[in-house]
Design a protein around this ligand. Structure first.
Ligand code: UDX
Length: 464
């Protein structure tokens, strides 16, 4: 059953991006087929269970059972209007993104096309500059090898979804960027996103629309510019955070408070208040990878990108500085017991990829501290990631705690690494009483300083 404007969409890859995009597109009225090779994931999705921790995803999955299906094959491509490629692009050793899975997906998609069909293939994965050209080439060649004719347009449509608010970002985007050479492809994507561009979809009660938001602009460019927009956007946000972290270090030297400095500069509308929270710095699946990839692209062309490099360097230094702070407060961390509150790279997710908290654990282990860790949802992921980072033997030294109070028993210091709202509600006097030495370093400037100090803690934030 097609209602007006409904399109047949195939989403290849049901990872973070593919799944949230697919669910969102089904919600705004399209017929969506999610394709993935992982049978366990498919099984879960068919039971309306989300394989990732993303608020609202399961609720939305349940709202669209007749418009969203999941499978392990690409048969649905034949009758699709539009195919979104949203497979992973893991980093290569030189920092650039590996597009092997994107190319495989493109080839498989081309094999499933109907002779005489017209298709728009959209690259959603974050790919190095020039990859859309390559995808077009792979499809073209596969179609030719099959001895058939099909009209295929390739478009780049980068995503700007934040983990934890991905569905909100999908439905209420700041903008939609489409890079394509063929005007038909641009029009197909405009049609795909029309309910979002016009904000005409029914508002889910658990995802209210932000007030006084202008309609999102539809920005059309050539494919190369669209690819670069994605990298430049993430690099800019990353360097905004690194900038305030650099200022935070200076605040500590000169006796200023970085939160006031951030407010004082952020109210300038040219600067803007967001992404100016100083702390342990940025992690996650995008900023570290995308800044590395951007700088790798520069290198390919013999072009230095010192600002991007500096943002990465400052980010690395932030974790080191926190360990130095502990070293000073405890007069040495060797043999001390340090408890880390929070392992996810930010609150609202169980994702620990490139999490600053894990890097902190690594640095502390390197300095022979005893490390305990707690996180409300990311303990299991952290255990695996740490094993890959420091080796199984060192991980066995880390105590994984299910309760922050238990973690505090006999500890010499606590470090807040992820600003989970629950941590603000901790009974700080109970924590302090349990510890050998009540020291708390707030790596996100998040906890209520007065209450923490009143509980008897020596409290230190970042940049104040
Ligand atoms: C990011 C981009 O925001 C999104 O548009 C892109 O498409 C994917 O990458 P995400 O990685 O989910 O999203 O997280 P984000 O909310 O941007 O935070 C990234 C990191 O920066 C986190 O580790 C966070 O703790 C840190 N951060 C963010 C700060 O340290 N200070 C800030 O002020 C903001």
């Amino acid at each position: 059953m097609h209602h007006t404007g409904s399109m047949n969409v195939v989403v290849v890859g049901t990872g973070y991006v593919g799944l949230t995009t697919g669910v969102g597109l089904a919600y705004i009225g399209h017929q969506v087929m999610g394709v993935d090779k992982d049978p366990q994931k498919l099984e879960k999705l068919r039971r309306f269970e989300s394989p990732i921790h993303e608020p609202g995803l399961e609720e939305l999955l349940r709202l669209v059972p007749d418009r969203l299906r999941f499978t392990d094959n690409l048969d649905a491509v034949a009758d699709a209007d539009l195919i979104l490629i949203a497979v992973g692009t893991p980093p290569k050793s030189n920092g650039n993104a590996n597009t092997r899975y994107v190319e495989t997906a493109a080839r498989e998609v081309a094999k499933a096309m109907r002779p005489g069909g017209t298709y728009t293939v959209v690259v959603k994965s974050t790919v190095p500059i020039g990859s859309n050209r390559r995808v077009a080439h792979v499809i073209d060649r596969t179609v030719r090898e099959r001895g058939i004719k099909a009209t295929v347009h390739v478009a780049s449509n980068p995503e700007f979804l934040r983990e934890g608010t991905a569905l909100y970002d999908m439905l209420y985007p700041d903008r939609i960027v489409v890079g394509a050479d063929a005007p038909e492809a641009v029009e197909t994507l405009r049609r795909l996103y029309r309910p979002i561009l016009e904000q005409s979809f029914p508002i889910p009660e658990f995802l209210p629309r932000p007030e006084s938001r202008p309609l999102p602009p539809f920005i059309t460019t050539d494919p190369i510019s669209a690819e670069l927009i994605k990298y430049a956007a993430n690099a800019f946000l990353a360097l905004k955070i690194s900038f305030i972290n650099e200022i935070a270090g200076l605040c500590e030297k000169v006796g200023a408070d970085v939160r006031d400095v951030a407010r004082g500069i952020g109210t300038d509308s040219r600067i803007g208040p967001r992404f100016l929270a100083a702390g342990l710095g940025w992690g996650g699946s995008c900023f570290p990878k995308d800044t590395a990839a951007l700088s790798a692209v520069g290198q390919e062309y013999g072009y230095d990108m010192p600002i991007v490099e500096a943002a990465r360097m400052v980010n690395q230094r932030q974790r080191q500085r926190l360990v130095d702070k502990l070293q000073e407060l405890l007069k040495g961390v060797r043999g001390r017991t340090v408890g880390i509150l929070g392992l996810a790279f930010k609150p609202g997710t169980d994702d620990v990829r490139e999490s600053p908290a894990l890097e902190l654990v690594r640095l502390l282990l390197e300095r022979d501290a005893h490390v305990r860790v707690h996180d409300p949802v990311a303990l299991a992921n952290a255990q695996n990631a740490l094993a890959a980072m420091v080796g199984v033997e060192d991980v066995s030294e880390v105590e994984f705690c299910h309760d922050p109070y238990e973690m505090a028993v006999g500890a010499d210091a606590l470090v807040l690494a992820t600003e989970w709202p629950d941590y603000r509600e901790l009974e700080f006097d109970k924590l302090a009483r349990a510890m050998r030495n009540p020291v708390l370093v707030d790596g996100r400037n998040f906890l209520p300083e007065e209450a923490v100090r009143a509980a008897g803690f020596v409290y230190q934030g970042v940049g104040r």
